[in-house]
Each structure stands twice: as structure tokens, then as C-alpha cells.
Design a protein around this ligand. Structure first.
Ligand code: HPA
Length: 253
């Protein structure tokens, strides 16, 4: 199915925790898409943003009813692709592992390690589907990453260029030992939704980049013995407020 007025979509945004509606999206219409993989997390909302067509989908549903391991990543990517989107930004709440990635930092990672399990990770497991082995050496689209960084800098936001995103199963946060292991593995950030979203986007040949919003220091990385969920949401709200500024600067540049 394509978008009713056939205006090409310039950018699709998948909103994570804290981003359930896209501020500034105007003249919106909602598209409910059936996919061969089941239902997306909700309607895709398409509208005008700084003179461009932008599609928005709330990853966890608009009322945050889907935990990370229950998100239908395949249906979400399929829905955006079938509407004609070719560039997708995944906005993800994360914990910071690296010392310079504390609360409210904004990072555009360039690598990832997948620690998730039991999720549908490919479009290839439908009977009769062609088996595709995608190259995933560089999991994010470099040109889109650079557009995000340039946009952030144009908006006066010092986004950190690069870092390794470790995707965990959730919905619980990690133990200190798990984070210590992830640090030894080379992870700089930890989040629960970065995979299989990135690899499914690659299977569909979508351009894809991640805008990671640091909500807290990961377990054992900050001064506190415990992570406060209230604090996570407070930092996340502050970082999320920057997202439309970054994306408008990106689309205008
Ligand atoms: N771990 C995993 N996912 C997260 C965290 C964390 O500490 N903070 C926000 N999302």
C-alpha cells in the first residue's frame, strides 16, 4: 500500500520511550497498515514538518503498551517501507557506559552488538521467501549518520559522533556484571530496542541511523548504587525535546 496522496516521504522517524508523538508535524493523516508479519506498533502518522513529508511511528505504541521484546519490529519496518519511506531514523533511549556519555548526552552510534534473543530477526523466515545474507559490517548508513550529526551541530547540539550500541533484551535494566562485560566487549551505550530494527532495515535496503538519547549511566557506571526510573524519564524528556530541533536542522540543511 502506498501513501494516499503519493507525495514521497522524505524521512521516517521511529520514536522510542518518551517520544510518542512528533511535535511540529502538521496536516497529519494516520495510516493503518496490515503487513504479512502482523500489526505495526500503531498507525503511521504522516504529515508536514519544515516543508518536508515526515512519517512517524511510536515504537512502543502511542500509550507505551509494548515492551522492547514484544515490539513487532518486522511489521514496523515493513509498514514504513510499504509507505515509500527510504530513510529511517530510530530514536532510542539508552544508558551510557562510556564516561563522556552521561545523562542527556546525544549520540549517533556507528556500531552495535546484539545481545537480544527470541525476537524475529529476519524477513526471510516466511516459507518460500528468498534467503538473504546482508552485509552488516557497518550497521548504520554512514551518510544518514553524518546528516544527523550535521543537523545536531547546526542546531547547537554537540551530538557525539560514533560509539557502539549494545542491544539487550530488557525490559529489566542490566546488572553491574552484565554492563562490565559489555564494556569489555567494547559497548559504549546500552539500549533494548536497537536490534533487530537496524538489521531489518538493512534487509529492506532502507537507509537507517540511530539517534541515541542517554537517560542514565548504565549499571555501575555512575555514582549511584541504583538507577532511578524517575530520573531516567526526567533526563529522557530533556533529551527528547532536542529531537525535533535536530531533525528540522537536518532536513533544512
Ligand atoms: N539499559 C538499557 N536500556 C536503557 C537504559 C539502561 O540503562 N536506560 C535507558 N534505556
Amino acid at each position: 500500500m502506498s501513501h494516499p496522496d503519493h507525495t514521497p516521504i522524505d524521512l521516517a522517524v521511529i520514536g522510542g520511550s518518551g517520544l510518542y508523538k512528533f511535535p511540529g508535524l502538521e496536516n497529519t493523516e494516520r495510516c493503518s497498515i496490515d503487513t504479512p508479519y502482523g500489526s505495526a506498533s500503531g498507525d503511521v502518522v504522516i504529515g508536514d514538518f519544515v516543508g518536508r513529508r515526515v512519517a512517524f511511528l511510536a515504537r512502543h505504541g502511542e500509550s507505551h503498551s509494548l515492551p522492547p521484546h514484544r515490539v513487532n519490529y518486522r511489521a514496523n519496518l515493513w509498514a514504513l517501507h510499504s509507505l515509500g519511506a527510504r530513510r529511517v531514523i530510530g530514536v532510542n533511549a539508552v544508558g551510557g557506559i562510556r564516561a563522556d556519555m552521561g545523562p542527556r548526552a546525544i549520540v549517533v552510534p556507528d556500531q552495535l552488538i546484539d545481545y537480544t534473543h527470541g525476537r524475529y530477526t529476519s524477513f526471510c523466515d516466511v516459507e518460500g521467501a528468498e534467503v538473504k545474507h546482508i552485509d552488516f559490517s557497518e550497521p548504520y548508513t554512514e551518510s544518514l549518520r553524518q546528516q544527523l550529526i550535521t543537523g545536531a551541530r547546526a542546531a547547537g547540539i554537540a551530538a557525539i559522533d560514533g560509539g557502539c550500541y549494545g542491544a539487550t533484551q530488557g525490559p529489566r535494566l542490566e546488572t553491574r556484571a552484565e554492563i562490565a562485560r559489555m564494556k569489555r566487549d567494547g559497548c559504549d551505550l546500552v539500549g533494548m530496542t536497537g536490534m533487530p530494527e537496524a538489521s531489518l532495515a538493512r534487509e529492506l535496503s532502507l537507509e537507517y541511523a540511530c539517534l541515541a538519547l542517554v537517560a542514565n549511566f548504565a549499571a555501575g557506571c555512575g555514582d549511584e548504587a541504583e538507577i532511578s526510573i524517575e530520573e531516567i524519564f526526567a533526563h529522557l524528556a530533556a533529551a527528547t525535546a532536542e529531537v525535533p530541533r535536530i531533525l528540522s536542522a537536518m532536513l533544512e540543511s
